[in-house]
Design a protein around this ligand. Structure first.
Ligand code: 5AD
Ligand code: SF4
Length: 449
């Protein structure tokens, strides 16, 4: 009998990928994914700890789940409630103390052991907690990806050794680890055989990726991209998230040479002030970032940039904030994420003096977001009248429309009757852009299909 699995995911693409893999791991036990928690046999909350309120949100969601778990128990059935991800890693014992009906708490490096952990939950009364950083890498023990959409993620690297002073990732995800190249190539080939046309390589520090190549030499991300570009029928390659310090010449050259490597890069800079970058332990200056962008644009003139920013880091002055605004004006971003600094217990910045008042953070965030929004809108509007290749996906399709993405990651909608949709999925077709909104485009097929 199939059992019902409900996974709710917060946070980054890595968590989205992990949730998919968790579903793969438990599929052989008969669990089939469902969008609803009601009547589920297994509910997994895959959490994110990067900013505040993650645990409060989690506790309120868990509270909402309790009656569903009780309703199931009243029928003589069991709903296993599991908390995964970075909140589980950081606050596992606290979760179990406050929410004793949570059956299973496990960290991001342990989910390949889900079948075993579920068996323990069913066998033993009392919760199971597993927040090990196992020595044997979990990737080696994961089954093949089951679901393979037009656009797929492929995790190539995990963890982080950089210890930016505001960030929990090195503590929740552990040290940097790169997957073996042969396993990555095999997974990419399998995805493409199953219909995937776009692969996004994932890693917390994806461009810190390194491994022994097929020729026995040391390969970085650049070489890996060249290798993956040899796979026939793989139309698009992307990677995220990168660190400016690891943006090496080989990877930049890959942007020049590989047509499948999309001209869009998410490269977090966090701040435009050297003093703040130093206090953040970013180990690069604002001008280093400008120089990297110059090189990228020399290699691939149409490359569009995305970034992450933190405003209100401890000690940030008006002048520091102005330096961030200046950097944004100088570079011009196609899109970006910006956040108020959030004090994370246990990180060095949480203990720094001169924490910034909330109203100052709010004002700085608003000013920065206004500028970023104007840049994003201008970027989207610059597409009107152009013809762009759009890769059509089955996800996100609305009534009477099909959905795809431009090389620059813009969501693009094209009118199409429901009966014609299947012909679009997985195709990269030229679309003439007719309208732009702050976060999407619409257009018409340049040539009918
Ligand atoms: N406060 C605010 N933003 C943060 N980020 C990471 N840690 C914090 C924090 N403590 C942001 C960074 C990072 C993105 C994933 O989240 O900008 O690039
Ligand atoms: Fe966090 Fe910095 Fe590592 Fe990114 S590079 S995951 S911001 S510590």
């Amino acid at each position: 009998m199939t059992k019902k699995l409900h996974i709710k995911t917060w946070g980054c693409q890595m968590n989205v990928y992990d949730s998919g893999r968790m579903a793969d791991v438990v599929a052989p036990l008969g669990y089939a994914p469902s969008d609803e928690a009601e009547d589920a046999d297994l509910v997994i909350f895959n959490t994110c700890h990067i900013r505040e309120k993650a645990s409060e949100k989690l506790f309120s969601e868990l509270g909402r789940l309790r009656p569903l778990q009780q309703a199931k128990a009243a029928k003589g059935e069991r709903m296993i409630v599991a908390v995964a991800g970075c909140v589980a890693q950081a606050e596992g014992a606290e979760i179990q103390r406050r929410m004793p009906y949570v059956d299973l708490v496990f960290g991001p490096q342990t989910y390949h052991k889900l079948p075993e952990m579920i068996a323990r939950v069913l066998r033993e009364s009392g919760g199971v907690l597993n927040t090990d950083f196992p020595v044997e890498p979990k990737f080696d023990s994961l089954p093949q990806q089951q679901k393979s959409g037009v656009s797929a993620f492929l995790s190539v690297q995990e963890g982080c050794n950089k210890f930016c002073t505001y960030c929990v990732v090195p503590y929740t995800r552990g040290a940097e680890y790169s997957r073996p190249i042969a396993a990555i190539v095999a997974e990419a080939e399998r995805l493409v055989e199953n219909g995937t046309r776009e692969i996004t390589l994932l890693g917390q520090n994806v461009n810190a990726f390194h491994g022994e190549g097929e020729d026995g030499a040391a390969w970085g991300l650049g070489r890996l991209l060249y290798r993956l570009a040899e796979i026939p029928d793989l139309k698009r390659l992307r990677y995220m998230t990168s660190h400016p310090r690891n943006m090496d010449d080989e990877t930049i050259k890959a942007h020049r040479d590989i047509p499948q490597l999309m001209p869009f890069l998410h490269l977090p800079v966090q701040s435009g002030s050297d003093a703040i970058l130093e206090a953040m332990n970013r180990k690069h200056k604002a001008d280093d970032f400008r120089r990297i962008v110059d090189k990228l644009r020399a290699a691939r003139p149409d490359i569009a940039l995305s970034s992450d920013f933190i405003v209100g880091f401890p000690n940030e002055s008006d002048a520091d904030h102005a330096a961030t605004m200046q950097l944004v004006s100088d570079i011009g971003f196609a899109q970006a994420f910006s956040f108020k600094y959030s004090r994370r217990p246990g990180t060095p910045a949480a203990a720094m003096p001169n924490q910034i008042a909330e109203d100052v953070k709010d004002a700085r965030l608003q000013e920065l977001q206004n500028l970023l929004r104007r840049q994003q809108t201008a970027f989207n509007e610059s597409m009107i009248g152009k013809t762009l290749p759009v890769l059509f996906d089955d996800d996100g399709t609305h009534e009477g429309q099909v959905f795809g993405r431009t090389p620059f990651m813009q969501s693009t909608y094209v009118a199409a009757p429901a009966a014609a949709r299947a012909r679009f999925v997985g195709q990269e077709l030229n679309v003439k852009i007719t309208a732009a909104r702050p976060s999407s485009l619409s257009g018409a097929l340049a040539v009918g299909i």
